[in-house]
Design a protein around this ligand. Structure first.
Ligand code: LMR
Length: 399
């Protein structure tokens, strides 16, 4: 029965790491998958996470099942992080949060839930978007369509065209928005633009679904909430998918959350009961470990302060790398103005490299970059900077 199955293509992002691992070239560089790396090219466990894990392991008494939506204290702490503890949505219990295995499962559970509520909806995603978004919502049974977002000419946001397209999205459709640190472009909306988009959603009647995978990687935990707060001000209903892969460095512990906001506590409860059904038939209940770490850190004053310092250090490391990279590109005579790299937010830079140049860098230089030209800035180190810039110059002048 399996004889006629064709080989599936490698994953556009995770497949690159597999290929990079197999590459024998000692100069190889992985700028593909979005993981934080220090200047030695390592992705260390955060000291606050290590401390939380030690306490969790020594105090652990059971491996019994978690509730379907995870521990309630986790949900509460996640809401405080997304909205701020005093936010009206939190106080009115209009938000319900499920602990999910990473941000990807949050998106998928949200998709499965919405397929029941809005079976004929289209999910609108930015052009471009994270390589897995269409796959996740397609797997949940949705049609997907693009709205304009990035303008290659200005290397910034094409807000006029985005607004124009969102005006035409039919009521009852779903619009996926990146809350901050847009993946793959690093180009974000300003708070004023968020207000416009939120007002548009409320007036046009489409449902916003925020992908919030990088809270704290843009300008800070609170500053990165601008989109959430703008939506919460005027939209009674929306969804938020959170990931703690990047901000807590819990990549392999698959720790995330799906938050459903509704117009009242009772509507939120009814909606959430259906989210729980979507979870139960999928993975039953979440893996505990990552959630326990997040809970411990966020509820302990000293650990929380330590973690905030570590998060700030990661954000500042990437911001400093952006400046160093732009300077080094200039010093190595790479043609063009790359100052836009400093304006982008988060882990990624949409480099402007063409697919042919990305292929040249991979095939000839063992430098791995996601198709479309997305670079994980955190993958740049003092050691690979020169090789990278010289190779990019070669790729750009190769014809
Ligand atoms: C990325 O975009 O590189 C990350 O979100 C990792 C992933 O799962 O693709």
């Amino acid at each position: 029965m399996f004889d006629s199955i064709a080989l599936a293509p490698p994953d556009a992002i995770l497949g690159l790491t597999d290929a990079w691992k197999k590459d024998p070239n000692p100069l190889k560089v992985n700028l593909g998958v979005g993981v934080f790396k220090d200047d030695q090219g390592n992705t260390p466990i955060l000291p606050s996470v290590k401390a939380a894990e030690a306490a969790i392991l020594s105090g652990a008494t059971t491996k019994s099942y978690m509730p379907i939506s995870g521990a309630p204290d986790y949900g509460k702490l996640v809401q405080d992080m997304i909205f701020g503890a005093d936010h009206a949505v939190v106080k009115a219990t209009r938000a319900r949060t499920a602990h999910t295995p990473g941000g990807t499962a949050a998106l998928r559970v949200g998709g499965d839930f919405l397929k029941k509520v809005l079976p004929n909806a289209t999910v609108w995603v930015s052009a471009p978007t994270w390589a897995n978004h269409k796959g996740v919502f397609g797997a949940a049974g949705f049609k997907t369509a693009d709205y304009p977002y990035y303008d290659p000419a200005t290397k910034g946001l094409d807000f006029a065209r985005m607004q124009e397209a969102l005006e035409k999205v039919p009521a009852g459709d779903i619009v996926l928005l990146h809350a901050c640190c847009h993946n793959p472009t690093g180009v974000d909306l300003t708070p004023a633009q968020w207000t416009t988009v939120a007002e548009l959603a409320s007036r046009r009647g489409w449902l916003p679904f925020l992908d919030f995978a990088y809270q704290g990687y843009g300008d800070g935990l609170e500053q990165d909430r601008a989109g959430v707060l703008a939506l919460a001000a005027v939209c009674p209903e929306f969804l938020v998918a959170s990931s703690f892969s990047k901000n807590f460095g819990l990549y392999q512990d698959r720790t995330g959350a799906l938050t459903v906001v509704a117009g009242s506590a009772s509507v939120a409860e009814a909606a959430f009961s259906n989210v729980e059904i979507a979870i139960r038939v999928n993975y039953s209940n979440p893996p505990a470990h990552g959630g326990l770490i997040v809970t411990r850190i966020l509820s302990d004053v000293a650990l929380r302060a330590q973690w905030m310092g570590e998060l700030t250090a990661m954000r500042e490391h990437i911001a400093a790398l952006r400046t160093k990279f732009v300077t080094a590109l200039g010093q190595h005579g790479v043609p063009g103005d790359f100052s836009f790299i400093q304006r982008q937010k988060g882990m990624f830079s949409f480099s402007g490299l063409s697919d042919a140049q990305v292929k040249f860098l991979r095939d000839r230089k063992s430098i791995y970059i996601v198709g479309g030209g997305r670079i994980n800035v955190a993958g740049i180190t003092s050691k690979n900077m020169e090789y990278l810039c010289v190779s990019i110059r070669e790729a750009m002048t190769a014809g």
